[in-house]
Design a protein around this ligand. Sequence first.
Ligand code: PMV
Length: 326
Amino acid sequence: MVTASAPGKLYLFGEHAVVYGEPAVACAIDRRATVTVEARDDDHLRVHAEDLTLDGFAVEYGRDPGDADVDVPEGLVEAATGYVDAAVEQAREAADAPDAGFEVTIESDIPLGAGLSSSASVTVASIFAATRELGTELTPAEVAERAFQVEYDVQDGNASRTDTFCSATGGAVRVEGEDRRSLDAPSLPFVVGFDGGAGDTGALVEQVRDLGNEYGFAADTVEVIGDLARRGEDILLDGDVAELGRLMNFNHGLLSALGVSSRSLDAMAWAARDAGAHGAKLTGAGGGGCIVALDPGEETRTALQYSPDCEEAFRAELDTEGVRVE
Ligand code: PMV
C-alpha cells in the first residue's frame, strides 16, 4: 500500500491564455489531495472518494468505467472514474503492468472543479502512488508529463501543462507552451474565496476558443493576458504585493471580458477589494469556484465570510513541496 499527496494550486496570471501558448504563473498551495493505492489480485479498480466538499462515495468497476453503477451525480462519477482511470492506465503503462488492479482511496481538502486543481492533484498523486505500488519510481517531472496526458485526454485536448506541473513540483511555476520552470517566489498573503460552485473547464476553454475565432479583439485580449503574465512574473520576483494586486485586478477584468467570470466570482472579487485587498481575481477556468485575493490582514477573509456569495473563505500559503509519499 502506498499513500501519496499532491498540492492544489492557484493561478496568479494567465489561465485560459496559457492554452494558446501564452505564459501563465501559478502557485502551489497548502491544500492537498491524498491518494492511497493498494494492488488487487484482479484487474478491477475500486475508487473510494472522500472530499470535504462532497459526500463520500465508492465506485467499483471492471476495465470499462461505463459499467460503473453508482447513485451519485454524473460529474462526481466522471471525477472518480475519468481522471483516476486514466491515471491508473498511465501507471500500468509506466510500470509495464497492463493488468494491474487497485483499491484507490482519495481524500482531498481542495474544492472540486473550483480552479484550485483538484483534478490535477488527484491525478498526480494517483500516478505517483500507483507506480510506486508497482515498484516503479517516477521523477516529479515524469509524473507531471503523464498527468498532463491524463488531463489532455479527459478534457478533450483543452488543457495546459500548468496544473499538473505545479502540482507535481510544488512552489511557484511559469508555463509557456512546453516550457515549464520553477520560480523563486516569496510567500504571498493569499486569501481564497469559494462560492461553493464549479465550472466545466473543457466547456469554458471551448467558449474562449470560439470567441477568439469569432472576434479579433477577443484573440487580442488573450494576447494581452499573456503580456500581463510576463509583467506579473517580474513583479512577483520583486515581491511588490501592491503592484501584483493591481495586475491581478486587471487580469480578472480581461477574463471577465472573455465571459468566464460569474456573478458570484465578480461579487467575491469586489468584496475582497472593498475590504482593502491589494487585488483579487478568479483562479482557473472560472464559471464558478474560487477567487484569490492578496491581503496580509484579516479584513478580506472576514468580508468574504460575510459575503452571501462566498461559501468558504480561507488563507492559503505557497507550498514548496510537490508530490510526495505520506
Ligand atoms: O480550473 P482549473 O484549475 O482546471 O484550471 C483551468 C485553467 C485553464 O487555463 C482554463 C485550462 C488549462 O488547462 O490551463
